[in-house]
Each structure stands twice: as structure tokens, then as C-alpha cells.
Design a protein around this ligand. Structure first.
Ligand code: C5P
Length: 402
């Protein structure tokens, strides 16, 4: 299983000759299933063109605080990231980060994140050994930044000495560790648990080519499945969409609410069931066998209720800890509390889908976790992976309290 699968990484490239080595790191991270967004300083672009990174990364390279459609690119990048990998890190970038200066996109993103940060210094020996650089790195390490020390070897201009960027292997290992450290307290705390997760919006056919659907992307359910697998669970994911996933997760692809119900019920019992899917509440009562012809007349489609999978699990046994999701647009907490009881769930993850950057199709989410014992935890806007972590922390606590 790749430790990078499903993670969002900002690859922050500053301007040293070692910038060309970041191209290889970018490619390897993408190959390993990470979603990589490169951020290049002005000096980095003197060494490697943005096109090279844009072609290899998951998104185009970002270059400036001001030339983006997004008015706050540093905040967006910082919030959405699970990890920022500064590779190579010049003495200037290390100094700016330590001092809290934010005078370009890269340094502003570093200040605008709560994600883990890995710094890979590369510079001439004199600069590396300078007390300013060493003090800055000590300060950063004290704040939890992970430093991958440079190696001895050939430097720009034919010089030899300490300061050459570390090899790709230690850099990638540190990045993988940093992603896992989020789980340091919890790593392995789901070992052996059977976890069943659903993800994505169901599609209910109107005819062979049309369907009733919704805006769910499946990203939150995939993040939950990935996180549970990282924490040692034996995970089955029943989903309507395909996204990168650790190889250890057993993926079952379905389309309709009825197919999802059958897939879930067939895989019980489980220790934990997390219903992140946006299951249609209604479906066309009589889908047409042939494509419906355009007549120019108004047309009525009769909808019938779909089976409520979560409520059925809540009434039965075999689902262990049962987690439902509630997408609300008004009276968010009150509606979610009603749903918690009506569905017989142990925990409801509620999000206000009208809030900016939360819910359907976004990479970030902002939720409240309501449990049947009356507890309520809020998770402020963060990456969906981070939200997944918070959900599983509650699940583990609820299991321990049983
Ligand atoms: O009732 P509502 O659709 O708002 O509830 C949302 C929760 O119920 C989600 O966890 C969703 O996966 C689940 N659900 C279900 N079966 C349905 C509708 C929703 O399991 N038919």
C-alpha cells in the first residue's frame, strides 16, 4: 500500500540548482498516488521551467500570490494540503519561514498551513554551516518541522562539501513518515477491525442513458477508507466512483441505492460502518427500458423512495459502530440530531453544504460530529483526510466507551 495514496501534497520548490531534482520527486509522488501541487519561487523558475512541473504534477504549477484566479492562493493551498514538502529549501526560504516572513507564494503558503512540513535544505557548504541557517533550522525543528539534512558531495560550480540535497529515497521516506505522524497517537489503533465505508453519489436510472444523481464526489468517503487502512483496519469500500486508494482496500463498485444496499448487507457483520455515500432518497419508479424520445411535451417522472440503508442498519445488528452523514443547508445541528436518533446511528457527521469550500466536490470540509451520548465535536475547515482522521478518532473513542 502506498503511504501517499489519496494525500494532497504541496511541493514547494525554491531556487537552487537542486530544483531539477525536485522534478523526480514530483513524478515519484504522483506515481505513488499523491495529488501534487507544485509551488515555485521566482528563482526556482530560473533553474526549471514551470511547464516541466505542470506536465508531471496533478495540477499546474503555482507561481505567484497575485496572478491566480484565486484571490488567496496561499490560504487555499495551505488549508487543503496534508503535507508541504519544501524541496529544495534554500537558506533564504528557511530564513523567511523561521522568521515568519511571507513575501511570496511559497513562504505565504508555509505560514497559511496547519499541515505537516518537511524541509530539504540544499545550499553551498558555507551557507549550510552558517549559524543563521543552523539556528533557523533548530527553531523550525522545535516547531515540529521535519528536516531532511543534506549530504556531502559535489555542489554547483564544482565544489565539494556538505549541502547537497538529500537523495530521493530519504526525502520520500520523510514525507511518508510526516503523513503518518498525523496518526502517531493513533497509528495501528484500528488494527484488525473490519471497517465498511460507502462513498459517492448513487445514480438512479430514468432510462438507459439518463439518471437522477447528486453532486457527491466520493472524496470524503475515500479519505475515510484510506485513513482507516493506514490505521490498520481491514477496509471494504462500496463506492459509485473510482479514485486513488491504498491497494489493501477492497473496492466494490456499485451504481444505484439498491446495489449499494445489497453490497453493504452482503459484507456484514463489520466492527464499524461509515456511510459517507450520498444515497438518493428517491428513484424513478419505472425506469424506461429504451431511451425516452424527445416530444417537446412536459413529462412527469414518478419517484419512489429508495431503501434507507443507514436506518435499516440502525434497526438491525451486525453494523458495530454505525456512522452516518448529514448534508444540511439550514438548522444544521438540530436536523442532524433528529437524524442521529431517527436512523439509530452512533455518530452523525454533519456538514453545512452551503458553507464555502465544504461538502460536495471540495477537497476540504468543515463538520460537526454528533454522537448518541450527546457529545458534539466541531472540526474546522481542513482537508478531507484531516476530517477523516477526526471521524475515526471519535469512532475509536466510542468503541472504547462500549
Ligand atoms: O436521510 P439522509 O439522506 O439525509 O441521510 C444521510 C445519511 O443516510 C448518509 O449517511 C447516507 O449514506 C444515508 N442514507 C442511506 N440510504 C438512503 C439515504 C441516505 O443509507 N436511502
Amino acid at each position: 500500500m502506498s503511504p501517499f495514496a489519496g494525500s494532497r501534497i504541496v511541493l514547494a520548490v525554491s531556487g537552487g540548482i537542486a530544483a531539477y531534482k525536485a522534478v523526480e520527486i514530483c513524478r515519484r509522488l504522483v506515481d505513488a498516488g499523491a495529488h501534487v501541487v507544485p509551488v515555485l519561487t521566482a528563482a526556482a523558475q530560473r533553474f526549471v521551467g514551470e511547464v516541466t512541473f505542470s506536465a508531471l504534477a496533478s495540477e499546474r504549477a503555482r507561481l505567484s500570490l497575485f496572478d491566480d484566479d484565486d484571490p488567496i492562493p496561499h490560504v487555499t493551498l495551505g488549508r487543503q494540503a496534508d503535507l508541504i514538502l519544501v524541496c529544495p529549501a534554500t537558506a533564504r526560504v528557511i530564513g523567511a519561514y523561521a522568521a515568519g516572513l511571507a513575501d511570496d507564494l511559497l513562504s505565504a503558503t508555509l505560514l497559511a498551513t496547519r499541515a505537516r512540513v518537511v524541509v530539504c535544505p540544499a545550499m553551498h557548504t558555507e551557507m549550510w554551516e552558517h549559524p543563521a541557517t543552523q539556528d533557523n533550522l533548530r527553531l523550525l525543528a522545535g516547531r515540529g518541522v521535519i528536516v531532511v539534512p543534506p549530504e556531502e558531495g559535489r555542489l554547483a560550480g564544482g565544489d565539494e562539501g556538505a549541502g547537497r540535497l538529500a537523495a530521493p529515497e530519504p526525502i520520500l521516506a520523510a514525507a511518508a513518515d510526516a503523513l503518518a505522524i498525523g496518526d502517531a497517537a493513533s497509528s495501528g489503533d484500528m488494527t484488525g477491525l473490519r471497517v465498511l465505508v460507502t462513498a459517492g453519489g448513487t445514480r438512479e436510472p430514468i432510462d438507459p442513458v439518463r439518471f437522477v444523481g447528486n453532486r457527491s464526489s466520493g472524496k470524503q468517503g475515500y479519505a475515510v477508507a484510506t485513513e482507516a487502512a493506514v490505521r490498520g483496519a481491514k477496509v471494504t469500500l462500496v463506492a459509485t466512483v473510482q479514485r486513488p486508494l491504498p491497494a489493501s482496500v477492497d473496492l466494490v463498485l456499485v451504481e444505484t441505492a439498491e446495489e449499494m444496499r445489497t453490497a453493504v448487507v452482503d459484507r456484514l457483520p463489520a466492527d464499524v460502518v461509515i456511510m459517507a455515500a450520498a444515497v438518493a432518497d428517491y428513484r424513478p419508479a419505472a425506469p424506461a427500458a429504451e431511451k425516452i424520445k424527445k416530444t417537446g411535451e412536459a413529462r412527469t417522472i414518478t419517484l419512489e423512495p429508495t431503501p434507507d440503508i443507514l436506518a435499516a442498519l440502525g434497526r438491525g445488528t451486525g453494523a458495530g459502530i454505525l456512522v452516518g452523514f448529514a448534508a444540511e443547508t439550514s438548522d444544521v445541528l438540530a436536523n442532524a440530531r433528529v437524524k442521529l436518533h431517527a436512523k439509530g446511528a452512533d455518530l452523525i457527521v454533519v456538514n453545512d453544504v452551503s458553507a464555502p469550500r465544504a461538502g460536495f466536490d471540495h477537497d476540504t470540509n468543515e463538520v460537526a460530529l454528533l454522537d448518541s451520548a450527546g457529545g458534539c465535536t466541531t472540526v474546522p475547515l481542513a482537508s478531507k483526510r484531516h476530517v477523516a482522521r477526526a471521524i475515526l478518532d471519535r469512532v475509536v473513542a466510542l468503541r472504547a466507551a462500549r
